[in-house]
Design a protein around this ligand. Structure first.
Ligand code: PRP
Length: 177
């Protein structure tokens, strides 16, 4: 039996843009007087973060942390690796984590603990996508774009084996028999 992989658009670029605008309005309301540190989680969040910050018209700073748990496979290894350290001092800062997707929650739970040890003023989470059906640890998402089904997603920063991050739409990869 042969199978091939098909790509289906789940959220197109216009739907993504509308979601990013809504999130930017919510974040503006809460952070415009707080000089927040927006912390992008590499690599997946870089496209979302780049679009989001251009809709935030108030003082803020941006830094990145590299975290990875998936290696080259599609299943989480459960073990989070810091692949790039955060360079900005965290004590006293209002930190907004920016994620492309929360899946098992292990990456976010790791990062929240990592940040809280460094004594921030606050830590909140903005995620473009949430896949609650896969959750292993509880995670509270303060600013959420989309709830997504349990499918393998690519595009708008999300990868399959490091490919497809450049697609402007969020698509699912489905095996067709
Ligand atoms: C993805 C995504 C999140 C994490 C979420 O990163 O960007 O950081 O997985 O999954 P979890 O909730 O199950 O922990 P990945 O490890 O694939 O690295 P990448 O961002 O470089 O694609």
């Amino acid at each position: 039996m042969s199978s091939k992989v098909e790509r289906h658009v789940l959220f197109n670029r216009h739907e993504i843009e509308a979601a990013v605008r809504r999130l930017a309005a919510e974040i503006t309301e809460d952070f415009r007087h707080k000089n927040p540190l927006l912390l992008g989680v590499l690599r997946g969040s870089f496209v979302f973060l780049a679009d989001l910050i251009r809709l935030l018209d108030f003082p803020l700073e941006v830094d990145f942390i590299g975290l990875s748990s998936y290696g080259s496979g599609t299943q989480t290894s459960g073990k989070i690796k810091v692949t790039k350290k955060l360079e900005t001092p965290v004590p006293g800062r209002h930190v907004l984590i920016v994620e492309d997707i929360v899946d098992t929650g292990l990456t976010t739970a790791f990062l929240q603990k990592y940040l809280i040890r460094r004594k921030p003023a606050s830590v909140k989470l903005c995620a473009l996508a949430d896949k609650p059906s896969r959750r292993q640890v509880p995670v509270n998402i303060d600013y959420l774009g989309f709830t997504v089904p349990d499918r393998f997603l690519i595009g708008y920063g999300l990868d399959a084996n490091q490919k497809f991050r450049n697609l402007p739409d969020i698509c699912s990869l489905e095996a067709e028999e």
